[in-house]
Design a protein around this ligand. Sequence first.
Ligand code: NAP
Length: 318
Amino acid sequence: MSSRHYFLGLLGHPVSHSLSPALHNAALAHHKLDGEYKLIDVEASELKATLDQLEADGMRGVNVTIPHKQSVMKFLQELSPDVAAIGAVNTIIFERNDETSVRRGENTDVHGFCTALVEALGADALERATTGDALLYGYGGAARAVVAGLRVLGFHSIKVTGRDQGAIDEFCLSCSATASPWWLDKVCDRSSQAARLGNRLESVDCKVEPTRILSARSLAGVTVLVNATPIGQHGDPITDEFLEVLSNLPKVCFVYDLVYSRHSLSTPLVETCEKLALSACDGSGMLVYQAAKSFELWTGRKGPSDVMKDALRKAIRL
Ligand code: NAP
């Protein structure tokens, strides 16, 4: 393959449901770049061999999704600070010069989340919102990108809730600025670059703490709620527990749903919020902006977000 060809793809298992090819192929066409974004279904046992083969074949870069976002870290030579903070890779860049080649791991979810939230709320409203609390529902992989994003946006208080109190406590502890990165011992040895990066995490003036009391009174200061659970992803209704939280939110609170639908431009959470007179939006903005950032890292061209949004709308209508 020539270095002027942009061969890109998505590594995961399964991947057939992904909307990413529609977004990236539209971006390649927009910039008149020769190349293709493909789905690469790979099981964990084949991950290293597949990366080696893709590199040998001249691949420019790949996105990474479930279940490889963490395990892939040990096969990369460089990790970005966002990866160090979150403990997950969603983008790999194969960098080559005449003598060496380096695999660099990035995470564009933080950029995607921040850009989408700024767009949804507007910069002024968002600045006002940062004086209140953010409430995070869920504590999985995407929740870590959301915590990093809310910190970048200037929130000083993030409250975390969900269904497993023990897991929430553990999540909040691992998010504390002084904690050693939670993923360090799981995915790489302490002498690696990842370990050095992780140990240099800046201390940020932002409290991440569990919240158990979810009454209207205790939620009065919440300005933004982020859903980082898959509730509603398959059209399933909002759980009673979550509905109670939503019902107790102040009406000025904005709800950002990370979930996006493959069949519609809304989600059960967004529809529920409409009924409760709460402003809300789905996760399609984050999907587009994280993709646009990955595209930029691979090609050096700006990810055309409007073109990618159009491609997403068309793919959803198919
Ligand atoms: P994950 O690592 O599996 O974490 C899921 C979290 O949701 C866990 O805290 C889990 O708690 C909780 N949860 C699952 N079902 C629940 C339920 N019925 N009630 C309460 N809590 C529940 O998943 P993830 O990667 O963070 O992704 C979460 C969602 O965000 C997915 O729908 C994903 O598609 C979406 N996402 C969107 C974007 C975007 O670009 N818009 C990017 C990343 C992720 P337990 O541990 O108790 O199960």
